[in-house]
Design a protein around this ligand. Structure first.
Ligand SMILES: Nc1ncnc2c1ncn2[C@@H]1O[C@H](COP(=O)(O)OP(=O)(O)OP(=O)(O)O)[C@@H](O)[C@H]1O
Ligand SMILES: [Mg+2]
Length: 358
């Protein structure tokens, strides 16, 4: 009798220990699966189910063959039960395309035969994506730098091998040189702004910004460009409207939108900057009468270096960083950018700010 009650006590203690262990393991972000020597699941933490998109409750007590594990994970689990240490990075295409790092091995040295084993899964999708983006970014920058640098080199060569003697050619080459260097410095400027926006150290300097004067400044700055493209710039009423924002970043964002609205417009087109309030939000919109953007392209235009029409954009000096800067600026202000566009008719980009408290 005494022995039996001690056994029950023991089981109770063991259950308590197990649930305590499980609640610790549930705090871990890696997925953990423990199987016994017969390949039966004795424990799975929450993250394990989550990474593979399964309910953890459906795993308990089942054999490894009975649960819908990705084939490679099942294979590696079996190897671990057989006493082997394994480690691998896997791309799981059968669930929603994630990358995992898997490490598995026997829990203790089994003298012979099968041992309980543990499988540890780490979701490395986000990390890999960041690495890939960084690689693409560097490749893109190098690519964008190559053309203007090659052009500058060629123009300097032409000048030093005789073009200086012909005033007309020299004039033209110098103009081209100026264009290329302007493009280079714009690219460097944009990269600096992007890195400043991304660095956590730079907190935005939020102040009450008089919208009217910022928009006026941006439009007057783009006047020359607008004349070149034969586009008219217009500003709706916005006197007395103040907005809580970082003035420099707001100026950069608006300037990029107006720049696009002019460059991707048509001859004798219009650009209109207006303000409205709706649902507790302040909306600054920049509309144009230009070429528009097709619906498939819209989600992509905020990506760095993305240009719908590479030739046209490059011709106008664009590198495809403008809208990614705009998006960043709005995130920094807790706002967003909205786009409405109809090919051949025009586009409206709207900066949406949470309404300022008074
Ligand atoms: N108002 C617009 N109308 C039509 N297409 C636009 C408009 N604004 C942006 N786009 C498209 O989106 C792409 C990305 O715009 P973005 O401002 O990021 O780059 P960019 O203008 O090419 O170069 P950058 O702004 O760096 O000089 C443009 O190349 C263009 O194809
Ligand atoms: Mg642009």
């Amino acid at each position: 009798m005494r022995t039996e009650s001690r056994i029950w006590e023991g089981i109770g203690d063991w259950e308590k220990e197990r649930s305590r262990l499980l609640s610790v393991l549930d705090k871990v972000s890696a997925g953990i699966l423990v199987v016994d020597g017969a390949g039966r699941v004795s424990l799975a933490n929450e993250a394990f189910g989550k990474i593979l998109g399964m309910e953890r409750e459906t795993l308990g007590g089942k054999r490894v063959e009975e649960i819908p594990l990705p084939a490679r994970i099942r294979e590696l689990t079996k190897k671990a039960i057989a006493g082997q240490e394994v480690e691998e990075e896997l791309e799981l295409t059968d669930c929603s395309h994630i990358m995992v790092h898997l490490k598995a091995g026997p829990l203790w040295e089994a003298g012979s035969g099968l041992s309980p084993a543990v499988v540890i899964l780490e979701d490395i999708t986000a990390r890999r994506r960041v690495e890939m983006m960084r690689r693409d970014f560097v490749a893109n920058i190098s690519h964008e730098l190559r053309t203007p640098v090659a052009n500058v080199t060629a123009l300097v060569d032409a000048l030093s091998y005789g073009a200086m003697e012909e005033p007309d050619a020299a004039q033209r080459f110098l103009r081209d040189l100026e264009k290329e260097t302007r493009r280079l410095s714009q690219l460097v400027e944009d990269l600096l702004i992007l890195s400043r926006l991304e660095s956590e150290e730079i907190a935005p300097q939020i102040e009450h910004v008089p919208l009217d004067s910022v928009v006026r400044e941006v439009l007057s700055d783009k006047e020359k460009l607008a004349r070149k493209y034969e586009v008219r710039l217009q500003q709706g009423p916005m006197e007395g409207i103040y907005l809580k924002a970082d003035r420099r970043f707001l100026t950069v964002a608006l300037s990029n939108l107006v720049d696009n609205a002019v460059k991707y417009n048509r001859k004798e087109g219009r650009v209109m900057v207006e303000v409205s309030r709706k649902g507790g939000e302040l909306r600054i919109s920049v509309s144009d009468t230009g070429i528009g953007i097709s619906p498939e392209q819209v989600p992509r235009i905020f990506e760095r270096f993305y240009r719908v029409d590479k030739a046209r954009s490059r011709e106008s000096g664009g590198t495809g960083l403008g809208l990614s800067i705009v998006k960043h600026v709005m995130e920094l202000h807790g706002g967003r950018v909205e786009v409405r566009s109809r090919p051949g008719i025009g586009s409206t980009f709207t900066l949406v700010f949470p309404e300022e408290e008074r």
